[in-house]
Ligand binder design. Sequence first.
Ligand code: GLU
Length: 291
Amino acid sequence: MKAFITRRKSLLVAAGAALALSLSACGGGTTTTPPVDKPSFAAGTTMEKLSQAGKITIGTKFDQPLFGQKGLDGKPVGFDVEIGKAIAAKLGITPDKIEWVETVSANREPFIEQGRVDIVVATYTINDARKQKVSFAGPYYEAGQALLVNKDDSSITKPEDVAGKKVCSVTGSTPAKTIVDKYAAELVPAANYTACLEPLRNKQVVAVTTDNVILAGYVDKEPDAFKLASDQTFTKEPYGIGLKKEDTVFRNWINDQLEAFAKDDTYKKAWEATAGKVIKTVPALPTIDRY
Ligand code: GLU
């Protein structure tokens, strides 16, 4: 992923304290996919169950600008949220009938296994270890691991630079594992990424590591405090939609919807209303992995 962060400082300055504008500038826009009127699904499928119930519970992040962040009205906004809403619409479910549950990195598999959520759309990397416990539709986006450092620090430009140094990341995330296993950093674990920001600011850690697009959201909020160590990423993090393991009919159906969203511009509009406020290039939908 190349340089994608554009500054909108002049816009923000011009906007002064206009809250609405700064909220939308933080990737807080929304789109509306009209719900399908009385969709019909084969008996016994998860789609039938959810559309009959007229409601769905979706796990997402609550503290990650651009992808999933809880707004002032208590509802999350971001690209993941828009994808969740678009899937709900295809089940005939309106946004007000979506129950949003905060899923942090470590509780996504258990929440799916326990049925506390129907799906998870939460910057959730598809990998084999997780596939032992849950199934994934997608990928619908491909991120990559990066490092967030203090603005005045030019000593770290690549992951090798954090060997033996304290780096904050989130328990249960793929970047936390990679930075220790592959780059020998000393992990300072946190429950979510926001909890890593103060330790970085106070120089208790030299970097925060996770996906570039998550870190880009924090840079966008505090461009004078933080920066990405580099525009280069050092892993591939394909984002999937987590669901109950072996619910292949539901997984295939979600995959069909993702492909439809790419064709009818739902995907593009969801991007432009959220992460696209900062990451200007609209990504192409990655090839769906119909494993
Ligand atoms: N995509 C990575 C993961 O699923 C990092 C982001 C996150 O923790 O949500 O572990």
